[in-house]
Design a protein around this ligand. Structure first.
Ligand SMILES: [Zn+2]
Ligand SMILES: [Zn+2]
Ligand SMILES: [Zn+2]
Ligand SMILES: [Zn+2]
Length: 500
């Protein structure tokens, strides 16, 4: 699944025809061919418009008890998609098919109702239908884990869509292949995943680990914006990222090969220096900020290279085996934990074990601090969150890029923590930076911008002005005091000394 979405549509064809695209410009705005809300999000979001109904006093709950709507209008529109599954759930309240099964069922219903004929325009010359989507059927058939998923999927689908609607085996593999390769995680305003969606035209965009376009969502509508200026625009040059960039080059390439069946050859993946920094430790020379690459593919007794920057070569002989132990522990512990709700004590144990060994750009250190931040923010521990963000800021900027909206969102969180910790000047600086980045990546109407960055900025600026007024007031107060003291002492000086 494409976790970090983004895709083209027919937004500003007139502009794009001129082949000149400015950064921040919308490339695509597209409605989904199919979508679902994940389990756990159905109580919180309207099934139709995906507005957050947590605070709505009277959301409408469907007869099946699973889906909710923000209004009668949304209920009526939403029922067109939901009514088939609703009948099954009313009959079998305990039947809880997986998210993927729910998604596939909706695709099958849609295709059976003429979905194969639906097409979406990419530009004036090209358009896409469901059959045009990449399917990788031979790869899917050879993939043991996906073959196993297909067996379970078929079993659950039979119960959900019924045996008459269930496609033949080859057709099911073809549909599943297109879904796996092309579906997106639907993200909410905070870029957290709340569902799955498939878009026709936006599926033409290829991947890069250093993307030049960014995907965000307005409800279930996908919006893709260019992160760069193009003088001679061409859809073939548009790249979004399918996976999280905060990772080792080797892990990203492995993940892309496993899930999308291609070897990434983007500039980041080809950058050997980058790959070495991601697996480096701090140089033994305290005055040197360089990282020393530790190759775990060689035996522990092999000598280490000296620091390329300062020539330091006096690292202890067992540093490679120590590093191997730290990385194994980090990897095993992090992989065994929920990404959205990591255990703070366990992450703290990893950080203790890492100590000062890993370089700030080491991927495993950055991922550990990221998990620690998630845990701290979930518990509103602002002091810890701010300290963690400061430790990880350099790495987050380096992995995503200084103009990437994920870094913008990181700066919003940093600004919020600083505001809370009454570090108003730092908050204002970071929120200004965040606003500039998010304006390009998600536009000024996105809630991450107007409800987050801008509002926090207004508050932080107000607090900063109040700080300045307080400082000014204190200064004047002190000056008056000093003056009085001076006058008092000069009076004393002027008085006739007492005689003992
Ligand atoms: Zn709604
Ligand atoms: Zn229902
Ligand atoms: Zn890459
Ligand atoms: Zn050095």
């Amino acid at each position: 699944m494409r976790n970090f979405v983004g895709y083209p549509y027919r937004a500003r064809l007139d502009e794009i025809k001129k082949k000149r695209v400015k950064k921040g410009q919308v490339l695509f705005r597209s409605k989904p061919f199919c979508y679902i809300l994940e389990y756990g999000c159905q109580a919180q979001f309207c099934e139709n418009c995906l507005v957050n109904i947590k605070d709505h006093s009277l959301p409408l709950t469907c007869k099946c008890g699973r889906t909710r709507y923000c209004s009668e209008n949304c209920r009526q529109v939403g029922q067109v998609i939901h009514f088939r599954e609703c009948q099954v759930f009313q009959r079998r309240p305990n039947f809880k098919p997986k998210n993927l099964t729910m998604f596939m069922a909706r695709i099958i219903w849609k295709l059976n109702a003429g979905g194969y004929e639906i097409s979406e325009k990419i530009d004036e010359k090209r358009s896409r239908r469901f059959r045009d989507l990449e399917s990788h059927i031979p790869d899917i058939k050879k993939d043991p884990s996906r073959r196993e998923i297909l067996i379970n999927l078929r079993h659950e689908l039979r119960q959900l869509v019924g045996p008459n609607m269930l496609p033949s085996n080859p057709e099911l593999v073809a549909i599943y292949g297109r879904v796996c390769i092309n579906m997106f995680a639907l993200l909410d305003d905070q870029f957290d995943s709340i569902g799955l969606a498939l878009y026709l035209a936006p599926s033409i965009m290829d991947h890069s680990c250093c993307p030049n376009a960014f995907v965000s969502f307005q409800g279930k509508q996908i919006v893709v914006r260019s992160l760069v200026d193009h003088d001679n625009f061409n859809w073939n040059k548009v790249r979004i990222t399918y996976i999280d960039q905060l990772n080792l080059n080797s892990s990203r390439r492995e993940q892309l090969l496993k899930n999308y069946y291609f070897l990434c050859d983007c500039p980041f993946c080809k950058d050997d220096h980058r790959a070495r920094m991601q697996s480096s430790i701090n140089c033994g020379n305290p005055a040197c900020e360089n990282g020393i690459f530790i190759d775990l593919d060689v035996d522990d007794d092999q000598p280490l290279e000296p620091c390329h920057q300062c020539g330091f070569s006096d690292l202890s002989a067992d540093v490679r085996s120590t590093y191997r132990g730290v990385i194994t522990f980090t990897k095993d512990t992090l992989n065994g934990m929920s990404e959205s709700d990591p255990c703070p004590d366990m992450v703290s144990d990893i950080l203790d074990m890492q100590g000062e060994l890993l370089h700030p750009l080491n991927a495993w250190r950055a991922k550990t601090l990221d998990a620690f931040l998630t845990a701290a923010l979930a518990r509103s521990c602002w002091t810890v969150a701010l300290r963690t963000m400061r430790q990880n800021q350099e790495a987050v900027k380096w992995y995503y890029g200084s103009d990437h909206p994920n870094y913008g969102l990181f700066l919003v969180r940093m600004g919020r923590a600083e505001l809370f910790m009454t570090e108003h000047k730092a908050a204002v600086d970071h929120l200004y930076m965040a606003q500039d980045i998010l304006e390009v990546g998600v536009g000024s109407a996105h809630p991450a911008m107007h409800a987050e960055a801008s509002n926090l900025l207004i508050r932080a600026s107000g607090e900063m002005v109040a700080d300045m007024k307080r400082a000014d007031f204190k200064f004047h107060l002190q000056r008056d005091k000093d003056m009085k003291n001076k006058l008092g002492s000069s009076k004393t000086e002027g008085t006739v000394p007492e005689f003992g």
